[in-house]
Design a protein around this ligand. Sequence first.
Ligand code: DAH
Length: 350
Amino acid sequence: MSELSQLVEQARQAFAQAKHPAELEDAKALFLGKSGRITELMKGLSSLSVEEKKTQGAAINETKRAVEGLLQDARQAMADAALAKQLAAEALDVTMPGRRRSTGGLHPVSLTLERIESIFGSMGFDVADGPEIETDWFNFTALNTPADHPARSMHDTFYVEGGQQDAPNLLRTHTSPMQIRHAVQHVKRYQTDIEAGKGMPEIRVIAPGRTYRVDSDATHSPMFHQCEGLWIGENVSFKDLRNVFTRFCQTFFENDDLVLRFRPSFFPFTEPSAEIDIQFPSGPLAGRWLEVAGSGQVHPNVVRNMGLDPERYIGFAFGMGPDRLTMLRYDIGDLRLFFDGDLRFLQQFN
Ligand code: DAH
């Protein structure tokens, strides 16, 4: 084998041995680089005769082209191999079952809130929304619960920055502040008519939302829900409240035989006050009185704080616990399940 064809053979082997592009470029330098073997052969031509230069030069050029061809092939093979490896690594198994996208659903308490809103909505009640960080005035004082009132101790809560020095803002302990907030707005809207003695349309509103207390066990959570109800007019009576609330409970629990009882109680913002208990005639809870709401005739001081004359306007209020209603509706024993975020529990409601 001639020296030149040996050289081509050596280049082929060197290129074949290269494992990385960098090694291939090193091998290339050995043959085609500035002081590579082919370059050296070219340099050697200068000492030859014109005739020899011609034949030798042509042969060396041919060799050079052959080596360059080999190099090109090796580069291509290396790139192909890298691509094949990448494709293999990123291969998709199109026969694998897809990941199912589950449909979202509403939280059981949200379902209850929607239900409450739609039932009361059908009876002409508006839905109001208000802040969870409340002032001392709206949460307590305006509701006839002054600073030294013992009822405040049952509403221990979380105090936050802001408010007055001896009356800091707080996370509302009930939705009752919405009675004042909503009524004040309503009164403002009809102020001219009220002052002219024409009166105002009745206030009929519910206000569902989150409330907070320092309380935590199977039936109490530091964050829980309430839904306030307020009905103020010139001709509203306890009988109306009873009718509306009975209708609500029967519709909510889909049970026309469910009965109600008003049990005397105390709340600073109502006088007289009553707890509302319900009883199912049949089913797992049959025969037991179950407390579902507090209620009462709005106290004259509270009516005054709404900007209304208690001699002319009379009203009724109630406050219920949507969490408890949800527990009763679905027969759930532990309130904390609502707030654990466990999908196995939550998925059952959708
Ligand atoms: N706010 C009371 C509570 O959280 C519940 C309540 C009782 C609301 C009587 C009312 C009411 O509107 O009239 O314990």
